[in-house]
Design a protein around this ligand. Structure first.
Ligand code: FES
Length: 138
Protein backbone atom coordinates (compact mmCIF):
# COMPACT_ATOMS: atom_id res chain seq x y z
CA UNK A 1 0.00 0.00 0.00
CA UNK A 2 1.37 3.42 -0.93
CA UNK A 3 1.49 6.16 1.67
CA UNK A 4 0.70 9.69 0.55
CA UNK A 5 3.51 12.26 0.45
CA UNK A 6 2.08 13.99 3.53
CA UNK A 7 2.11 10.75 5.53
CA UNK A 8 5.69 10.08 4.49
CA UNK A 9 6.65 13.65 5.39
CA UNK A 10 5.14 13.44 8.89
CA UNK A 11 6.46 9.93 9.35
CA UNK A 12 10.05 10.71 8.40
CA UNK A 13 10.03 14.11 10.08
CA UNK A 14 7.44 13.93 12.85
CA UNK A 15 6.59 17.16 14.62
CA UNK A 16 6.38 17.50 18.38
CA UNK A 17 7.60 14.09 19.48
CA UNK A 18 8.22 14.14 23.20
CA UNK A 19 6.82 14.39 26.67
CA UNK A 20 5.27 17.16 28.74
CA UNK A 21 5.36 17.15 32.54
CA UNK A 22 2.14 15.38 33.39
CA UNK A 23 2.31 16.42 37.04
CA UNK A 24 1.45 19.98 35.99
CA UNK A 25 -2.21 20.95 36.37
CA UNK A 26 -2.27 22.66 33.00
CA UNK A 27 -1.06 19.56 31.17
CA UNK A 28 -3.55 16.96 29.94
CA UNK A 29 -2.39 13.48 28.96
CA UNK A 30 -4.26 11.03 26.76
CA UNK A 31 -3.13 7.43 26.34
CA UNK A 32 -5.12 5.30 23.94
CA UNK A 33 -4.79 2.04 22.06
CA UNK A 34 -6.29 0.72 18.84
CA UNK A 35 -7.90 -2.69 19.36
CA UNK A 36 -7.57 -3.39 15.60
CA UNK A 37 -3.77 -3.56 15.66
CA UNK A 38 -2.51 -2.98 19.20
CA UNK A 39 -0.88 0.35 18.31
CA UNK A 40 -0.59 2.82 21.19
CA UNK A 41 -0.57 6.60 21.19
CA UNK A 42 0.14 9.12 23.93
CA UNK A 43 -0.76 12.73 23.27
CA UNK A 44 -0.36 15.64 25.65
CA UNK A 45 -1.54 19.24 25.63
CA UNK A 46 -0.35 22.16 27.70
CA UNK A 47 -2.86 24.96 28.18
CA UNK A 48 -1.91 28.54 28.87
CA UNK A 49 -4.24 29.26 31.76
CA UNK A 50 -4.39 32.97 31.05
CA UNK A 51 -5.27 32.92 27.38
CA UNK A 52 -7.00 29.52 27.45
CA UNK A 53 -5.02 28.53 24.36
CA UNK A 54 -3.08 25.31 23.88
CA UNK A 55 0.51 26.48 24.03
CA UNK A 56 2.21 23.14 23.43
CA UNK A 57 1.39 19.62 22.32
CA UNK A 58 3.55 16.50 22.23
CA UNK A 59 3.08 12.89 21.29
CA UNK A 60 4.66 9.48 21.35
CA UNK A 61 3.21 6.80 19.15
CA UNK A 62 4.14 3.15 19.01
CA UNK A 63 2.39 2.28 15.81
CA UNK A 64 2.15 2.36 12.07
CA UNK A 65 3.21 5.18 9.78
CA UNK A 66 -0.33 6.51 9.50
CA UNK A 67 -0.75 6.62 13.28
CA UNK A 68 2.53 8.52 13.64
CA UNK A 69 1.57 10.92 10.86
CA UNK A 70 -1.93 11.39 12.35
CA UNK A 71 -0.56 12.25 15.77
CA UNK A 72 2.14 14.51 14.35
CA UNK A 73 -0.49 16.41 12.36
CA UNK A 74 -2.82 16.53 15.38
CA UNK A 75 -0.16 18.18 17.56
CA UNK A 76 0.44 20.76 14.82
CA UNK A 77 -3.27 21.53 14.67
CA UNK A 78 -3.69 21.67 18.45
CA UNK A 79 -1.22 24.46 19.09
CA UNK A 80 -2.88 27.86 19.31
CA UNK A 81 -6.39 26.43 19.60
CA UNK A 82 -8.73 26.77 22.56
CA UNK A 83 -9.65 23.52 24.28
CA UNK A 84 -13.14 23.75 22.77
CA UNK A 85 -11.74 24.21 19.27
CA UNK A 86 -9.47 21.22 19.88
CA UNK A 87 -12.50 19.13 20.79
CA UNK A 88 -13.96 19.82 17.37
CA UNK A 89 -11.05 18.14 15.54
CA UNK A 90 -12.57 15.20 13.74
CA UNK A 91 -10.68 12.14 12.58
CA UNK A 92 -12.09 12.63 9.07
CA UNK A 93 -10.27 15.99 8.87
CA UNK A 94 -7.07 14.02 9.43
CA UNK A 95 -8.06 11.39 6.87
CA UNK A 96 -8.66 14.13 4.32
CA UNK A 97 -5.47 16.04 5.05
CA UNK A 98 -3.29 12.93 4.92
CA UNK A 99 -5.27 11.20 2.22
CA UNK A 100 -5.53 8.01 4.28
CA UNK A 101 -7.03 4.93 2.61
CA UNK A 102 -10.03 3.16 4.24
CA UNK A 103 -7.89 0.51 5.98
CA UNK A 104 -6.01 3.30 7.76
CA UNK A 105 -9.01 5.26 9.02
CA UNK A 106 -8.71 3.68 12.47
CA UNK A 107 -5.23 5.25 12.76
CA UNK A 108 -6.84 8.69 12.54
CA UNK A 109 -9.53 7.63 15.02
CA UNK A 110 -6.71 6.82 17.42
CA UNK A 111 -5.47 10.44 17.10
CA UNK A 112 -8.95 11.86 17.70
CA UNK A 113 -9.39 9.58 20.71
CA UNK A 114 -6.00 10.68 22.06
CA UNK A 115 -6.93 14.36 21.71
CA UNK A 116 -10.22 13.77 23.55
CA UNK A 117 -8.49 11.74 26.27
CA UNK A 118 -5.91 14.50 26.78
CA UNK A 119 -8.61 17.17 26.98
CA UNK A 120 -10.56 15.01 29.38
CA UNK A 121 -7.55 14.58 31.64
CA UNK A 122 -7.02 18.35 31.57
CA UNK A 123 -10.68 18.95 32.43
CA UNK A 124 -10.73 16.48 35.31
CA UNK A 125 -7.50 17.93 36.72
CA UNK A 126 -9.07 21.39 36.66
CA UNK A 127 -12.31 20.44 38.35
CA UNK A 128 -14.42 20.37 35.18
CA UNK A 129 -16.86 17.61 34.25
CA UNK A 130 -15.59 14.59 32.38
CA UNK A 131 -16.37 14.59 28.65
CA UNK A 132 -19.42 12.47 27.93
CA UNK A 133 -17.79 10.66 25.01
CA UNK A 134 -14.85 9.61 27.16
CA UNK A 135 -17.00 8.74 30.18
CA UNK A 136 -19.18 6.53 27.96
CA UNK A 137 -16.13 4.64 26.71
CA UNK A 138 -15.06 3.57 30.23
FE1 FES B 1 -3.33 0.51 13.70
FE2 FES B 1 -2.34 2.31 12.16
S1 FES B 1 -2.44 0.17 11.74
S2 FES B 1 -2.96 2.54 14.20
Amino acid sequence: MAYSDKVIDHYTNPKNVGTLDKSKTNVGTGLVGAPECGDVMRLQIEVDQESGLISDAKFKTFGCGSAIASSSLATEWLKGKTVDQALAIDNMDIVEELNLPPVKIHCSVLAEDAIKAAINDYRVKNGLAELETVAAAH
